[in-house]
Design a protein around this ligand. Sequence first.
Ligand code: FAD
Ligand code: SF4
Length: 314
Amino acid sequence: MKPADINKIYLKPSSLKDAYDYASEYKKSFRYVAGGTDVFANRFQGNDNSDCFIDLSGIEELKGFENVKDYFRIGALNTLNEVIGNKHINKEYNVLTEAAKMVASPLIRYRATLGGNLLCENRCYYYNQSDWWRDSAGYCLKCEGNICIATGSKKACYSEFVSDTAPALISLNAEVEVCESGEMKRYKLEDIYTCEGVNPRRLKNSDIIVSILIPSGLVFKSVYRKLRQRKSLEFTSLSSAVTINKNNFLKISLSGVDSGPVTYEGNTGSNSEEIIKYFLKISRSVENDMYSREYRREMIKVYISKSLKELGLS
Ligand SMILES: Cc1cc2nc3c(=O)[nH]c(=O)nc-3n(C[C@H](O)[C@H](O)[C@H](O)COP(=O)(O)OP(=O)(O)OC[C@H]3O[C@@H](n4cnc5c(N)ncnc54)[C@H](O)[C@@H]3O)c2cc1C
Ligand code: SF4
């Protein structure tokens, strides 16, 4: 794939219906854009060749914060800065505030949306490179090649799931409201991911995340940690979100160790050694990150035991 020409079709609908109609019209090759911080980085690297961009930023139905029955609803288009600045989120769902603060840089968080963060593209040391870099190193399963450069496998890609807010929201039992062919559906957030490196999402290209719904009144206590080489601006090499709630329910979700989020559910009496064993068994990290696989696996142990201790659980 060669670096794409940016002079393509650009459409800006003002309703979900118009967005969906455009998506049907350009179904062969289009991409939705929210803040554009992920889409355009991928495009300039030659990893996105869509002919048409459908900018969702003019759709009011995708914005705002409100309490709806037993949930707190966050519009998918709210920026990460708006999420960080929201007092209700900070008080009730602090793990989300902490995760959002650790995404990229202040400038990016000013544009980047929560919905876009849940769907940001997976990363890999051998894939997120310029086109000339990949031309010389070779193309892999995720970009028109026939072998994984990281593992030598001809079958599977293990690009890393790197969203910071997804594990935080999963640990809060969040759901997403999705507009599918004009119909509203609701899913547990973890269920929208395939954990498969080439196509990491279960949603269709035309599906639109409308909002994120977090259950109210569960009184969460939480810890969020992120491993990265630079604190100023860096994708994750391991993120962990750990919550307990008033019903003694424990939920842990990790990013950066597999092609999707990896999640554990238990109760406050769960054994920390068993939890760590579980994560080490199911996380499929490979050598495709700035940190070695071995180091990241060691850090899973450190992050989980420290977080559980901080919550008074061991
Ligand atoms: C230098 C740099 C550093 C970064 N660091 C981090 C980091 O530390 N942590 C991190 O998590 N991310 C990071 N990112 C990735 C990205 O900036 C964020 O994930 C951001 O939150 C994406 O949001 P956006 O609104 O800009 O998404 P966009 O780029 O607009 O979209 C991202 C994807 O989501 C789809 N999409 C967006 N909104 C919707 C919707 N409502 N419904 C359906 N599809 C939708 C788009 O089609 C696209 O596929 C970084 C990016 C850069 C360039
Ligand atoms: S894990 Fe392998 S196939 Fe997947 S993006 Fe990296 S090099 Fe390519």
